[in-house]
Design a protein around this ligand. Sequence first.
Ligand code: NAD
Length: 424
Amino acid sequence: MLYKEPAPIKDRENPFESMMSRFNIAAEVLGLDEETYNVLKSPARQVIVNVPVTMDDGKVRVFEGYRVVHSTILGPSKGGIRYAPDVFLDEVKALAAWMTWKCAVVDIPYGGAKGGIICDPYSMSAGEIERLTRAYTSSLVDIFGPDRDIPAPDMGTGPREMAWLMDEYSKTKGSTEHGVVTGKPLVLGGSLGRVEATGRGVMVSAMAAMDKLGMDPTKSTAAVQGFGNVGSWAAKLMAERGVKILGVSDVSGAYWNDNGIDIEEAIEYKNNNNGRLEGYKGAEQIDPDDLLTSKVDVLVPAAVEDVITIHNVEKIQARLIVEGANGPTSYKADKIINEKGIMVVPDILANSGGVTVSYFEWVQNRMGFKWTLDRVNERAERIMNESFERVYAASQKYNVPMRIAAYIVAIDKVAMTYKYRGGF
Ligand code: NAD
């Protein structure tokens, strides 16, 4: 059967077009030549697989999965795998391209990729998810590889799935291949500090931006949307730096406390409550739509795409937005954000702490040597701060918002590398 693009979601921007709109602006500011523009605008490879999996009831279900390699100009492609019922090809394409720009912004030798499977991991048993992960890996064994394409976790996946992927790949190759995947469990060659790396990078970016804006973290407030890996760690680490977290939310609802939420307590509650804040008593429940427009200094969207849109952007009160999630701000909302003078630390910079420590994990796997947590954190923090300064300097030089500046830094690096490597 021929693959058919799903119908566009009404009122929701196409994520790939949204990414391209920013890419186009940055390319124009940079004066990118047409040849390089054409190379960078389309993914290098898009694979769609249909994998049969035996479910617990004995029936076979066929799952559709994707792997998009956007670019390998800087090195092997790198990018997570998302398990979600509504994942679609254009989303994976956008996420793959963001990985290319993200790796270039933080100056690590990777191209960009992303994968996804249409499934609802929360309604599947561990056995079903394992069989699905192994089947997906097996069907992509010619794409993946420590020197070719290196997956990692994304929404709906974690160390457990990465262990299955690494094991399945290794079985096919007949040798243990730790470096084929990052975000693995520690005992299997995972890196210390990887779990919290994205949230830590969000915190480092937030601190760097607050410094530029003359904001004192200990006198500032924040709201965090999404209380999964990225959101909960960002909230915890920002709270440790003195920021009062007034609101947090997850898929179960939004929670607010004027005196600041006890983040450690909220995390413990969530961990004992099937990963959800539902029923959390340390704060009052508010309308989730109000969280993003609440009166806080810093807003951290760390859940899903397209949550800051033309429908709510006018009402946003924060001075600073630090994008933990990929693509939380729609292209159309950018203009209003800029007019309002809100600083945005864009996703491809703010959440790049994750891929940075993934890169460290891969380096350690290839060296066969483990770094200490201090070494991981110190190096990641240095990279995040240097990257922030690079993007900030570009925003000053070209007189553009931080988002476009990040694209400029990234496209410039990939384009320069392409000039040396060349095409056919
Ligand atoms: P996760 O699955 O651990 O957590 C997602 C959180 O968002 C959960 O708390 C979920 O309940 C919540 N959520 C989902 N829909 C929501 C909604 N409509 N409103 C409010 N909350 C909602 O995922 P994660 O790893 O924390 O990833 C979050 C975002 O960060 C994604 O955009 C992901 O692509 C991005 N990201 C993750 C990493 C990483 O290392 N995990 C790295 C870079 C970027």
